[in-house]
Design a protein around this ligand. Structure first.
Ligand SMILES: [Zn+2]
Length: 113
């Protein structure tokens, strides 16, 4: 991988990290337990709990992605970035452009992600 590519992926990862940290901070309110007396307009308690479940799910996913991004930045610093952590083959640029935090190549990820 070229030094220019590495700098570009670092920027991508840092932007993503900032974005996720902001949205995680913003989601703290939504994921607080629903209080029994909560009533916002026509929103029922059940609706509130349902949207809390969704917010929690999104939060969990964002936290998972954030930790992958942190690991990818560590691999960048260590000079291991862009190589599959499982088979050590180079990860394709097409994959890294979509998921710069991807730790494995497409075949090791099972093609699903
Ligand atoms: Zn692999």
């Amino acid at each position: 991988m070229e030094p220019g590519d590495l700098a570009r992926y670092r920027k991508l990862l840092e932007d993503l990290r900032a974005e996720l940290q902001t949205s995680l901070a913003a989601s703290d309110d939504e994921t607080n337990p629903v209080s029994p007396d909560r009533a916002i307009g026509r929103l029922t308690r059940q609706d509130a709990m349902l949207s809390q479940q969704m917010a929690l799910e999104i939060k969990r996913r964002n936290e998972g992605r954030l930790s992958q991004i942190r690991l990818a930045l560590e691999r960048l610093d260590a000079g291991d970035y862009g190589y599959c952590t499982r088979c050590e083959e180079e990860i394709s640029a097409a994959r890294l452009n979509v998921r710069p935090e991807a730790p494995t190549c497409i075949s090791c990820a099972g093609g699903g992600r």
